[in-house]
Design a protein around this ligand. Structure first.
Ligand code: Z5A
Ligand code: MG
Length: 218
């Protein structure tokens, strides 16, 4: 019998600061998997299409103001409303590729000054990614890619603070869930060069994973 048929899909998350190339690489990866005849699904966070997502979108565009704690919980709630679908797809052997996840949630809110422990709590027990690829790009090169956008958080000070918090998040993931779950990717170079690096790091994860999905921070 075919052992791969009993395997679940892998849950792979892309993280990183503004304009490091997450959305570009995530869509290329999903397209490649589909070309190869595999089942894959892209899950973007925030998912701005849901009711909660629309509130987040208004906040990011500065059309609405919100208490820092309240918006933090909404970002997390936005993941919880997608959690069942992620688990269902993984169980059916579909590879789920996420463009940002709980780690952005912690890094951005902690960068604003919320306590790190508070930031972790609401995402506790969400599906644990099998692999998080953190795309790292020096600030100077990120700035060259395009002008900062119009959205909240798209300032130099905020990006620097978030970069530091991502470092702490990486430590926590490695400490609690193991070194192999968090890998830094050099995001410099051409789109094709970065794509090759990512392909090498993902390896046979796309063949599926044995065992049930674990829980984040548990
Ligand atoms: N946020 C939060 O606070 N809490 C949470 O829980 C979550 C998010 C989930 C919106 O996120 C904000 O929400 C974000 C974090 C916060 N705030 N900030 N900053 P978003 O994911 O919707 O943000 P975005 O604006 O769509 O994506 P991005 O991060 O800014 O960009 P990216 O996806 O990493 O990059 P890209 O769109 O693929 O590429 C950027 C540009 O560079 C584009 O013109 C590309 O063509 C170009 N590019 C890409 N790769 C290359 C290479 N290799 N060379 C040259 N140029 C390249
Ligand atoms: Mg993006």
């Amino acid at each position: 019998s075919d052992p791969s048929s009993s395997r679940r899909g892998a849950f792979i998350v892309f993280e990183g600061l503004d304009r490091c190339g997450k959305s570009t690489q995530v869509s290329r990866l999903v397209e490649r998997l589909e070309r190869e005849g595999r089942q894959a699904r892209l899950q973007k966070f925030p998912d701005r299409t849901t009711a909660i997502g629309k509130m987040i979108d208004a906040y990011l565009q500065s059309k609405a103001d919100m208490d820092d704690h309240a918006i933090h919980l909404l970002f997390s709630a936005n993941r919880w409303e997608c959690a069942a679908a992620i688990k269902r797809d993984l169980a059916q052997g579909i590879t789920v590729i996420a463009d940002r996840y709980a780690f952005s949630g912690i890094a951005f809110s902690a960068a604003k000054g919320l306590p790190f422990d508070f930031c972790l709590q609401p995402d506790k027990a969400l599906p644990l990614p099998d692999l998080t690829l953190y795309m790292s790009l020096p600030q100077e090169e990120a700035s060259q890619r395009s002008q900062f956008g119009e959205e909240r958080y798209e300032t130099m000070t905020m990006q620097q603070a978030t970069r530091e918090q991502f470092g702490l998040v990486a430590q926590e993931v490695k400490r609690i869930h193991g070194e192999y779950r968090w890998t830094e990717v050099d995001a410099r170079g051409t789109i094709e060069e970065v794509e090759e690096r990512i392909r090498g790091l993902i390896g046979d994860l796309i063949e599926g994973v044995d065992g049930e999905i674990s829980q984040l921070w548990v």
